[in-house]
Design a protein around this ligand. Structure first.
Ligand SMILES: Nc1ncnc2c1ncn2[C@@H]1O[C@H](COP(=O)(O)OP(=O)(O)OP(=O)(O)O)[C@@H](O)[C@H]1O
Ligand SMILES: [Mg+2]
Length: 474
């Protein structure tokens, strides 16, 4: 970790020195300036993490400083300093990209908190930029399967296992919730092994009735059943030399379980209605989002087949178990969704990333992919905003926020600040009113504009303020 570089700009010497001293005590490298011109000149000379600038200064004011820094180095965070009681300038500044504001007279705890938060945020923005670069490099040599995105410890564990099994013929059982990337991993195992030039054939065992699935998998001879006008080879034969991916293996009926077991033992298939058999060399990878052991215990799945399939097991983490991968995945899907189309969307607002990382994602990576795809088609500007996300995601993130607050309260076992009480109360009322802002404002005894301002102050996303869209209470 490098020491963060912070610039302070204020024409009031007392405020400037007080702030600079407080930050030096926290161990930051601080440089102080008495005018907008000077701090902008310093900005041109090299990397700065954070700028604290007074709004009202001589010729070059805080908003100009903000705009200049956002233009020169977009990943430098800017916090504006406001005179006591004048929030108007602060709100304008935040609209123009300032991360936060500090009101005078400064309180030491508040300085610490705001600076800390801004620096964290700055780090996040830089990481995002780095992710994009990494992805660009990665997707260069990619063949037909999409790249695997994610560098969380849980995914590194998965990659390690994948690397170990690519060269062998061992049967692999992929376990994981829906949308965690089981098929993608199966394809990766195939594409990185010696069978890569042979077919990879996915079969969804849950999608067809057993009799149809049987003739699909094993083929049939002419006249095997009504309508079997000629011989047809099954998917096992089609996959010869390559990989057969049996998805939702838990849904396989008892008769087919026996037949599959036999094929695996004998390495040959017998077509439906046939007498002879055909040699096949097929690697089998299976996947399930069910608890197969439980199925075995309940007698729904043969234990002998289970042991054959479960030679190597790879368990995919759910998305909440690897939240740190969410920003990178989101950017990956953004790139995927906006390439080739007329889309102008180039990035994702940090607030949007915050909502994305807070949500629980029951549908895992697939749900995230859908959310980004939808956002790209809805977005009006170059950056994806929280409003572009599905309602459920924004609401879910609010729920998480609420739980976190109550956990924090428990952890402190102390009094909440008034601010925290206000925030919690606001979230509760909004939730109970299902996001209806007119109703919520009425209950809180404030007008709608105040409600929006409060939400903005607490960093809550409650949707766009559009005249006439909020329903009057029934
Ligand atoms: N690590 C990852 N990196 C990039 N994309 C991913 C990753 N994991 C999953 N995806 C994408 O998410 C979507 C769902 O993945 P996949 O179909 O492999 O999931 P699954 O586990 O097979 O889901 P299901 O159980 O519902 O069939 C796909 O579009 C896939 O490309
Ligand atoms: Mg799947």
């Amino acid at each position: 970790m490098h020491t963060a570089t912070i610039l302070v700009a204020d024409d009031d010497a007392v405020a400037r020195e007080l702030l600079a001293d407080a930050l030096r005590q926290e161990g930051y490298a601080v440089e102080a300036f008495a005018s907008g011109e000077e701090v902008i000149a310093r900005g041109r000379q090299g990397r700065v993490d954070l700028v604290l600038t007074d709004i009202r200064m001589g010729a070059v004011d805080g908003l100009t400083v903000l705009r200049e820094f956002k233009r020169m180095s977009p990943d430098t965070e800017v916090v504006v300093l406001t005179a006591f009681g004048s929030l108007e300038g602060a709100i304008e500044a935040i609209k123009q990209g300032a991360y936060d504001y500090l009101a005078k007279p400064f309180k030491k705890e508040e300085i610490k908190l705001v600076v800390h938060r801004s620096l964290d945020h700055c780090l996040l923005v830089r990481e995002n930029a780095r992710f994009r670069e990494e992805l660009k490099g990665k997707s260069k040599g990619m063949d037909e399967w999409s790249p695997l995105v994610g560098s969380s410890p849980a995914m590194l564990e998965v990659y390690k296992l994948v690397a170990r099994v690519t060269d062998s013929k061992s049967t692999v059982l992929l376990q994981g919730e829906s949308g965690t990337g089981k098929e993608l991993i199966a394809r990766a195992i195939h594409a990185n092994g010696p069978r890569r030039d042979k077919p990879f054939i996915p079969v969804n065992c849950g999608a067809l009735p057993d009799t149809l699935l049987e003739s699909e998998m094993f083929g049939y001879e002419k006249g095997a059943f009504t309508g079997a006008v000629g011989m047809k080879a099954g998917l096992f034969e089609a996959a010869n030399g390559g990989t057969l991916f049996l998805d939702e293996i838990g849904e396989l009926g008892p008769a087919l379980q026996v037949k599959l077991l036999r094929v695996m033992q004998d390495q040959e298939v017998r077509r439906v209605g046939g007498t002879g058999s055909v040699k096949v060399d097929v690697r089998i990878i299976t996947a399930t989002n069910r608890n197969l052991e439980q199925y075995v215990k309940e007698g729904k799945f043969r234990d002998d087949l289970y042991y054959r399939l479960n030679v190597v097991r790879i368990t995919l983490p759910s998305l909440v178990e690897r939240r740190e991968d969410i920003p990178m995945l989101a950017h990956h899907f953004l790139q995927k969704a906006s390439s080739g189309g007329p889309s102008v969307v180039r990035g994702i607002l940090p607030e949007t990333i915050a909502v994305l990382t807070q949500y629980r994602w029951p549908g895992n990576v697939r749900e995230l992919e859908n959310a980004i795809e939808r956002a790209v088609s809805l977005s009006h500007g170059p950056l994806v905003t929280p409003e572009d996300l599905p309602e459920a995601v924004r609401q879910g993130a609010l729920d998480e926020e609420e739980r976190k607050l109550s956990r924090e309260e428990l952890a402190h076992d102390a009094y909440l600040t008034l601010e925290e009480v206000e925030k919690r109360h606001l979230i509760r009322v909004l939730k109970e009113m299902k996001g209806n802002k007119v109703k919520a404002a009425k209950i809180l005894g404030i007008d709608r504009r105040t409600l929006y301002r409060m939400a903005e102050r607490f960093g809550l996303d409650i949707g766009e303020e559009v005249e006439g869209t909020d329903k009057e209470p029934a």
